[in-house]
Design a protein. Structure first.
Length: 107
């Protein structure tokens, strides 16, 4: 019975830590770039695209498809950075709790 109470206590601690992490992610932003900095995107901690900046030298007739590809690449770069920050914060907040390796949080 004592083990079940301990597990429930740890689950509540984890819930509180996850809520803190989600609140802290609201202020996190990541900038991704592509094309040697010619395209830059900014994402929120939740992965929302906040801004896109395109170097004026890219905007020429017939190059729209290249710009689109660069935006996608820059978005992927920024999203990867956000995921890295989230993983680090998650690891900090769950330190000491018996969570199986590879388990993704929040649930």
């Amino acid at each position: 019975m004592k083990d079940i109470l301990n597990i429930m206590k740890q689950a509540k601690e984890m819930q509180a830590r996850m809520a803190e992490m989600q609140e802290s992610l609201a202020g996190v932003e990541a900038v991704g770039t592509a094309g040697a900095g010619m395209v830059t995107v900014t994402l929120s901690g939740k992965g929302d695209l906040k801004s896109v900046k395109i170097d004026p030298s890219l905007v020429k007739d017939g190059e729209g498809e290249m710009i689109e590809d660069l935006i996608i690449a820059a978005h992927a770069d920024a999203k990867g950075k956000v995921e890295t920050v989230m993983a680090e914060k998650n690891q900090e907040r769950t330190a000491g709790l018996p969570i199986p390796p590879g388990m993704k949080l929040p649930f």
